[in-house]
Design a binder for this molecule. Sequence first.
Ligand code: APR
Ligand code: PHB
Length: 392
Amino acid sequence: MRTQVGIIGAGPAGLMLARLLKLSGIDSIVIENRSREYCENRVRAGLIEQWARDLLIEVGVGARMQREGMYHEGIKLQFGDGKNGALHPISFKKLVGKGTTVYGQQEVVKDFNALLLKEGTPILFEVSDVSLEGVDNKHPKIKFKHEGQAQEIDCDLIAGCDGFHGICRPSLPQNLLKVFDREYPFGWLGILSESPPPDHELIYSYTERGFALYAMRSPNISRLYLQCAPDEDIANWPDDRIWEELTLRLAGTRKLERGKIVQKGVTPMRSFVAEPMQYGRLFLAGDSAHIVPPTGAKGMNLAFADVRKLARAMAAYYKSGNEEGLASYSDTVLSRVWKAQRFSWWMTQLLHRFPQETAFDHRRQLAELDYVATSEAAATTLAENYAGLPMD
Ligand code: APR
Ligand code: PHB
């Protein structure tokens, strides 16, 4: 097989890249090691920044998101000791004139798969034994197995969009790679439930018992999270215990309706960046190069931001042979990546209880929450980052 750009991974990064390239008249082939069904049902976060919403619409995959996604003008912070605990609305709309859209990541993936396959961009699912060759010369190759056959794709450029556990990042010379990593001493226990969310906005709740997040997928489906141990055994959390804990961490500020729990799982929390995000003809994008803790819901947005820059650089290369954009790709995108890292870390340290924290830390956190809730300057900083830093 031969194509211009070989894309490894059919997550949000790989699919958006394939679409942007197609719109610039550049051919690509996407290979994915899981099945289409698996990718379309994998439950992940689903919060889309304002510019990313606009981009999805612009590239022709926004129609269902516009119909079914839930547009949010802000969030609510909840903190205090229960008696005085209160909800503090932060209006992004008022502060920065933007909003966010809740629309499950797997729905975005479904919309992209349908459009790309209809328009003839190949996505090969269930490939195995993927490896790269010649990324440091002008004729790189992707080798893999598909339907029992050994296959090769000859291409000009390779996009490593294969997530945190993929093969692309380990394919860079390890002596060139710098890794920045922070693990948090907690995780999130997440559920999807057939019940209405407690509020029309997302509630980020800081309590003595730990953090909780009250999000949603639709007016009748809640997506709810509890701070837990990073290695928490889900078997210790029968449904009743989850509901009791979620109710306690809502601290009486809203009524929590229970419903059938249709999915549950524990996610550890981590901040991670690998630099540089390119080597020769191989370009990393999305989770293959960086991951954020989910507190600011930046994962999918950062993946889109990377591939938007990458697609532009590739388009310039094919149009005029100009390699400048490709050469500066890593430096360009890392500046946004690090700002999103900072913000995700900041939201995480603001809202969670830390096992080793002192009484001083606890008071400082409460003061910071109060500052964000009462100072327009502080709330604007949160709003600007949460709804998405400007994107050119
Ligand atoms: N070959 C082919 N595909 C692979 C390989 C491989 N060796 N290894 C992993 N993959 C696939 C995964 O199965 C997955 O479908 O690459 C895809 C990577 O997708 P994501 O993990 O969704 O990463 P990305 O597209 O960068 O999107 C980032 O996804 O992890 C979430 O929450 C995170 O929102 C963020 C977003
Ligand atoms: C989600 O809807 O799953 C979600 C929303 C906001 C977050 C994290 C997850 O900060």
